[in-house]
Write a protein that binds this ligand. Structure first.
Ligand code: C5P
Length: 312
């Protein structure tokens, strides 16, 4: 029986978009070596953890019904991993996790990874473990390739599976329109489709990352727009041909460039400024090719505790 009213801890965590995603060949362990540049965007999830007699996960917000609440939820993996690290029984007392989704589900924006990163940070506080950011980052990498970036945020160069990170200089704010698709895509399926396309007829590969890093440092969205590239885009479009129309519609609406976000099917459109993003979003909504259209900006910070602020 809990004798005191438990204090909940809420963490806000951002979505990501890959500005550059170069995918190497499949490795023996089933993963692909990546060279990628992540940017954290202002679409966020709020994850609240609280000690409870019974453990469980509840999910609210957009696409909540598509999120698993069982052991396959990545936030749950975070609970188990951190409990193991701390030599704690995660069921004594239990942990209740509430997730309020603002990040598209199964959209290639690391929504599940973001929830795992948020759970790690929140439980570190709830259980008073005082594990430092570096070790949390290592634990994050064991949960999934994108989880360390969700923790770190900002703009970063990722290598390995995407989990080895170096911060990238990007002092300027970039403005994005995010086009959500009607259904999600499975990340392993998109990687598999890329392997298949490459075996069958080859596909173009994105170039070196350095010019994009220079464009980020310059802060000029026009320069950046010319250099956005994603090797997974051809695979996502092959599985979901309608994405070609979505990408075209965003550029026709006035965006500088459009790109499939990660493994898709969400599309991200870079705009010249905040006003232009609002105009592009309105026009893209009217084109009827997306389920929902959002405006976002980046870079924003990674997972952070917001218990005292108002959680959404
Ligand atoms: O690391 P994570 O569990 O998020 O990856 C999900 C799936 O995406 C992997 O099982 C793998 O099929 C694919 N993947 C990959 N190469 C990467 C990252 C993910 O093939 N670098």
């Amino acid at each position: 029986m809990l004798s005191v009213v438990p204090t909940p801890i809420t963490v806000r965590v951002p979505a990501k978009v890959n500005l550059h995603l170069a995918v190497g060949d499949a490795r023996p362990d089933g993963y692909h070596d990546l060279v990628t540049v992540f940017q954290a965007l202002s679409l966020t999830d709020d994850v609240t953890v609280v000690a409870a007699e019974e453990s469980g996960i509840e999910v609210r917000g957009e696409g909540a019904d598509l999120v698993p609440t069982g052991p396959e939820n990545l936030a749950w993996k975070a609970v188990r991993l951190l409990a193991e690290r701390a030599g704690k029984d995660p069921d004594e007392p239990g942990v209740w996790i509430s997730i309020n989704k603002g990040i598209p589900v199964a959209g290639g924006m690391a929504g599940g990874s973001a929830d795992a990163a948020a759970a790690l940070l929140a439980l570190n506080q709830l259980w008073k473990l005082e594990i430092g950011r570096d070790e949390l980052g290592e634990l994050a990498g064991e949960i999934g390739s994108d989880v360390p970036f969700s923790l770190q945020g900002g703009t970063a160069l990722g290598t390995g599976r995407g989990e080895r990170l170096v911060p990238v200089l990007a002092r300027h704010t970039f403005h994005w329109v995010i086009g959500l698709a009607k259904d999600g895509l499975s990340t392993p399926e998109v990687f598999g489709e890329l392997d298949r396309l490459r075996t069958d007829n080859g596909t173009n590969r994105v170039g070196e990352v350095e010019p994009l890093l220079e464009a980020l440092a310059s802060g000029d969205p026009r320069q950046l727009a010319l250099l956005l590239g994603n090797d997974l885009q051809s695979a996502a479009v092959s599985l979901r041909p309608v994405l070609r129309r979505t990408l075209r519609a965003g550029v026709q609406a006035g965006a500088l460039a459009g790109i499939v976000s990660g493994s898709g099917p969400t599309c991200a459109f870079l705009c010249t400024d905040a006003d232009s993003a609002v105009r592009v979003a309105a026009e893209l909504s009217g084109a009827g090719v997306c389920r929902t259209v959002r405006v976002a900006h980046g870079p924003v910070p990674g997972a952070k505790i917001v218990s005292e602020e108002s959680a959404h």
